[in-house]
Design a protein around this ligand. Structure first.
Ligand code: ZN
Length: 248
């Protein structure tokens, strides 16, 4: 069962792009700028978080979900939901894949953003695996005769947590501040609370850290702030004369 966000019940049109993430606030740290940019361009962007962060030191799952809905508004999302699967022990089960496939048939995104398929946190690479396999299942007509099949056209992997060369970088210079504002909606995580204060750097430090990372990726394409992505298939370029990003 999905705990869905604002507007979810009135989802009347398919999403253009959906980010599937393991934890609330993953998107705000890794690919939120690209989502904001797509929303600004008129696309319907959404986020589906698989867990509510119930193993976190601070806050409660309900609080995290409430904060994620505020962040969704900041990011101009058309939809956000939360599967409330178990945090820190996400498992790629048949039930998980089938449930997610059902959500994908309902949301019908053309493009899906997944976490990079390798990483330190098992939930992240497991989310990538479940997301990929559910996207495949969602396209099978016989999966469920009552719902229309839908397979996303494009899968892109958000690689900011992974130390790998991106296939491409999205310029988020104009979206960076909005993304930071969305992240700081998670007051239970980034507020100045007492419990676990040593574990959580203050907002200035977070801003500096995320700013440095975004600067690094922006620098790769000659802009201020960027977000990195990896695709498994080749990139098609139609005009090699007009290609951006200086080589020498
Ligand atoms: Zn995470």
């Amino acid at each position: 069962m999905t705990e869905s966000g604002f507007i979810s019940e009135t989802l009347d049109r398919p999403l253009d792009i959906l980010a599937i993430a393991a934890h609330p606030d993953d998107v705000e740290q890794t690919c939120g700028g690209a989502l904001i940019r797509m929303a600004e361009a008129g696309y319907r962007a959404g986020v589906l978080d698989l867990t509510a962060g119930d193993m976190g030191t601070r806050g409660t799952p309900d609080q995290r979900i409430r904060e994620s809905m505020m962040a969704a508004e900041r990011m101009m999302l058309a939809w956000r939901g939360n599967m409330r699967w178990p945090d820190a022990r996400l498992e790629n089960t048949l039930t998980a894949r089938m449930t997610l496939a059902g959500e994908l048939r309902r949301l019908r995104p053309r493009t899906v953003i997944l976490p990079y398929w390798q990483g330190r946190h098992p939930d992240h690479y497991r989310a990538a695996e479940i997301g990929y396999e559910a996207s495949f299942l969602a396209g099978l007509r016989r999966l469920d005769e009552d719902t229309e099949p839908h397979r996303p056209f494009k899968m892109i992997y958000s690689s900011l947590y992974a130390n790998v060369a991106p296939s491409f970088v999205v310029d988020i210079s104009a979206q960076f501040e909005r993304r930071m504002a969305a992240l700081f909606c998670y007051e239970s995580q980034y507020g100045a609370a007492e419990a676990g204060a040593d574990l959580f750097p203050q907002q200035d430090e977070i801003r500096e850290r995320l700013g440095s990372i975004a600067r690094f990726y922006g620098n790769l394409i000659g802009v201020k702030y960027g977000e990195p992505f990896v695709v498994k298939e080749a990139m098609r370029i139609d005009d090699i004369v007009a290609m951006p990003v200086r080589s020498i």
